[in-house]
Ligand binder design. Sequence first.
Ligand SMILES: Nc1ncnc2c1ncn2[C@@H]1O[C@H](COP(=O)(O)OP(=O)(O)OP(=O)(O)O)[C@@H](O)[C@H]1O
Length: 615
Amino acid sequence: MDELKYYSSNFSFKSILSSFSYWPRLFKLLWEINKAYFILIIGCSLLQGLIPAFLIIATQGFINSIVNSQNSGAFSDVFFSFALLAGATILNELVSVMKGYVERLYESLIGYRLNETIMSKSNDLPLESFEDADVQDKLKRAQSEASYRPYQIFSQILSLISQAVTLFSVAAILIIWKWWVACLLIVFPLVSFISFLKLGQEEFEIHFRRAPKTRESWYLSFLLTKDNSFKEVKLFKLGSYLIEQYKRIFSGFFEEDKVIAKKRSFMSIRFQFLNEIVSAIIIFMIAFAAFNKEIMIGNLVGMIQAVTMTQGNSQGVVQGILSLCQNSLYMKQLFAFLDLEVKEEDDDSSAEELGEIESLEFRNVSFVYPNTANLTLKHISFTLKKGETVAVVGKNGSGKSTMVKILTQLYSSYEGEVLINNQDVRKYRKSDIRQRMGAVFQDFVHYEMSARKNIGFGNLQRMLEDESILNAAERSGVLPLVNKLNRGLDSQLGRWFEEGEQLSGGQWQRIAIARAFMREADVYILDEPSSFLDPEAEADIFSRFQDLVEDKIGLFISHRFSSVKFADKIIVFDNGEIIEMGSHEELISLNGLYKDLYDTQVNAIVREEVHLQSL
Ligand SMILES: Nc1ncnc2c1ncn2[C@@H]1O[C@H](COP(=O)(O)OP(=O)(O)OP(=O)(O)O)[C@@H](O)[C@H]1O
């Protein structure tokens, strides 16, 4: 909201001028995308600007040559001026076809490249920024508006140049006759400039304010069109409600658009009317001059053409400058996103080389999520050592996943120290650290792609090596499933694309675990790996996990104590703090939260067994 205030108060002529400061950057960007197209379009635009004046002179000459030939009886001049006129017309057509062709290619190329740039920028952002609603709004604005505006600005500048060339060359024909006529035609449309400029600012402000609502509407349509939400939408009969919400947002937008469109139409009618009166008077004056034999009939035709063209071009130049002002404001949005600070220090060449990770330590780590009031992690300290399997338990929302995100360097704005091999993690490149970690997050991804990619994404270099992929599948116990797939590793998974084979929740989870195991890592982290698994599958996964991490560091978060109790060390989280730590036996004897949670689960299982036996 504050930002809107900032922008609103800056919708001034000055701010529009300052937005032109992006032009050099924009031109550099467009030049780098394709130099040949860039030059060709500029060349064609200049030619297009000059041709109309030439056409008028050729038409004028052609008509006058006919009139002269009637008096002299010689036809050769007519033939010559006809050839000139025909040549100019053909050239005009050729230039416009050529420009259209290059423009289409260049425009789509620019669209792709800018989307690519926006995607790589998103990829470079740290998770903290990515989860920020303001950054999401900026991203939405950059994606929806700014990716096609750059070409618009470029083509507007060119058509402005071309129109200006036409305007002055055609106006020269009138200046020779009566200079003030040309001045009147050029200057008059400027009267409308300020009014249209204000309207353009209003329109921009509306679009700027819309970004959060546009995102909301996108989300509503996402809920209705994606398979993972579709089931609930059907079951709870949310469809009509969501469509209604969507409609409400768009009807609001439509009303605003209608108001702007109405204002624009009224303004156009007013200025158009005044323009027509001015040109009617001038055309009448030209006709009167021809009637008095002050000018020839060819000149009459040429000058009437010149009046219409000067007037049209002068209006075109004004409109061009206006939409250029407006588009320049949108350009700010693109660069506002591209200029977001990237805090990742991966390009730090002074970073130390990271060897095998033998120990990981949290020393007095506290963390608060941006824009929230309370600490999510409070003075956390623990150590993980090579050869250890550590389980993390605790109630929902106690901070376990947050700790994992800090461990994997997805958040870096914590207090305290995170150490690798007794050295501060900040000494190492984040990408080097992540390279040595294999993790499955709670909200792991179902890639709607082949089984090969789903597993191979864990180690891109090995994605084409069947043996490595099958090995990872074996380790996560998903090999029998992979072997049963119609096209083996290259079978499409999920239902989004053709010939996709849908998996169960547990099968997807095993595939995600295989992806983590694909990495030749020193640290393996599983955040609730058993949430979709049946007890047998869960026991299977943990025994495989323990084998895998025998001489590595293994960390898993779980709510299932049947697996947790076999860990070498158990860390108990409560409300962002570590309140207990030790082996299963040690924690049971402590008689604290761990014992409570454990007893609750064991008693529930016992009750269930008794109930089953009584049936
Ligand atoms: N991206 C975020 N932005 C702001 N707050 C967050 C974010 N992610 C989590 N939180 C908050 O941080 C707290 C800890 O969440 P966390 O996911 O770490 O808990 P957890 O122990 O893993 O819970 P669970 O067992 O339910 O997975 C919660 O109160 C949650 O609301």
